[in-house]
Design a protein around this ligand. Structure first.
Ligand SMILES: Cc1ncc(COP(=O)(O)O)c(C=O)c1O
Length: 373
């Protein structure tokens, strides 16, 4: 069986997995089997099945990232998880001291908005300028200084494709005793991620893109070494160490990442996303990555002379962010539209993603457009 049969694919070449990954067929079954059917058959008794589904989602994330399921907590999206985490960090000893959060200008805006809003709680934002390469460890070395309270590093940048060297950034953060949170929205499912090796403080991700799980099934991972220092403010009965204790005067945090869970949890997005995640695990992240690199390498071989800036695949995520002169970007985008391709453009960058369901024929079609237009 071809891997393409595992997904519902649009009728024309789909290069938008950095935006929304295609719906896995298993997701439709999983939504029915793990959410709708238990509800139909057993009403409120469905909770047992529903909670097992979320647990299975966390276990599957653990398999993907080499981590324990207890250290993951569902979150609607990255920015809400990041907000909760910042609010939960231990305060400085001086209550008035500013808490500087370092972020690269090429990070996804949602994460920068969080830090700006958190200025109300004495956080301060510091940017690494876009002119500084995020894949160069020297950049991080120069900007992570002793006055930095926390770093938000984006594993793969959505508009440049650049990969941040997370494990090395983590080492620098440790030297300066600052926290490190990582955004894996654009890398989960396509790049290798080993949380045991990274040893960062927190990780935020979603199922929307390479995990082919749709919106609403975000997640956070909290390093178990430091979880007990964190005191989330946005809580609910599922943040309690015993959600069914029902003792209003006695709130006690769960002793793992679930302290960030909150009130009555969402189930449907996780039942859906579980199908995508299991599909990715069945195929294997390494196989998807190898396929991506094969197609990207082939494509770049034939078009690199027409780009304003070369792409260095060594330091690139799953998406090719191709910088083109203004005169060519219009012609190429018209050529792609004529052939009904799914792609997008940010400023003078065309973004193209090759997932397991993309083929060599599709790459040949792209190459034709780039060479003819
Ligand atoms: C790198 C990166 N981070 C975060 C997000 C999404 O953030 P949120 O889940 O807060 O909407 C995206 C979405 O495109 C992204 O590319």
């Amino acid at each position: 069986m071809s891997f393409n049969e595992l997904f519902n694919l649009p009728p024309n070449p789909y290069f938008l997995s950095h935006s929304v990954g295609c719906l896995a067929k298993k997701s439709e079954f999983s939504l029915a089997e793990n959410f709708l059917t238990p509800w139909k058959l057993s009403g409120g008794d469905a909770w047992q099945h529903w909670l097992r589904t979320v647990n299975l989602f966390c276990t599957s994330l653990g398999q993907l990232f080499n981590a324990d399921s207890a250290d993951f907590c569902p979150q609607t999206n990255l920015s809400s998880g990041f907000t909760k985490w910042l609010m939960a960090l231990p305060k400085n000893t001086a209550a008035t001291a500013k808490r500087k959060v370092l972020i690269h200008e090429d990070a996804f805006p949602s994460m920068g908005y969080v830090i700006q809003a958190m200025q109300q709680l004495n956080f301060e934002i510091e940017f690494i300028p876009a002119s500084e390469s995020a894949c160069n460890i020297d950049t991080w070395q120069r900007y992570i200084e002793t006055d930095i309270h926390c770093v938000l590093a984006t594993h793969v940048h959505s508009n440049t494709g650049e990969v941040s060297p997370i494990q090395s950034i983590a080492q620098i953060c440790k030297l300066h005793s600052c926290y490190l949170a990582v955004d894996v929205a654009q890398s989960a499912g396509i790049l290798p991620i080993d949380l045991n090796c990274w040893d960062v403080d927190a990780l935020f991700g979603s199922s929307v893109k390479w995990l082919c799980g749709g919106p609403g099934a975000g997640f956070m991972w909290i390093n178990p070494k430091s979880v007990e220092q964190l005191q989330p403010i946005d809580v609910g009965w599922f943040s309690h160490c015993d959600p069914f204790a029902m003792e209003i005067k006695d709130f006690q945090y769960a002793n793992d990442a679930k302290r960030f869970w909150g009130g009555t949890p969402n189930i449907a997005p996780y039942a859906l996303a579980l199908g995508g995640l299991q599909t990715i695990l069945d195929i294997g992240q390494a196989s998807i990555f190898a396929h991506n690199r094969r197609l990207a390498g082939k494509f770049l071989q034939t078009v690199s002379q027409s780009l304003s800036q070369p792409v260095d695949l060594q330091n690139n995520g799953g998406t090719l962010c191709l910088k083109l002169p203004d005169t060519r970007i219009l012609a190429i985008s018209q050529g792609l539209k004529k052939r009904h391709c799914y792609f997008d453009i940010r400023a003078n960058v065309i973004r193209l993603s090759f997932h397991i369901y993309n083929s060599e024929q599709e790459v040949a079609l792209l190459t034709d457009v780039f060479n003819q237009e």
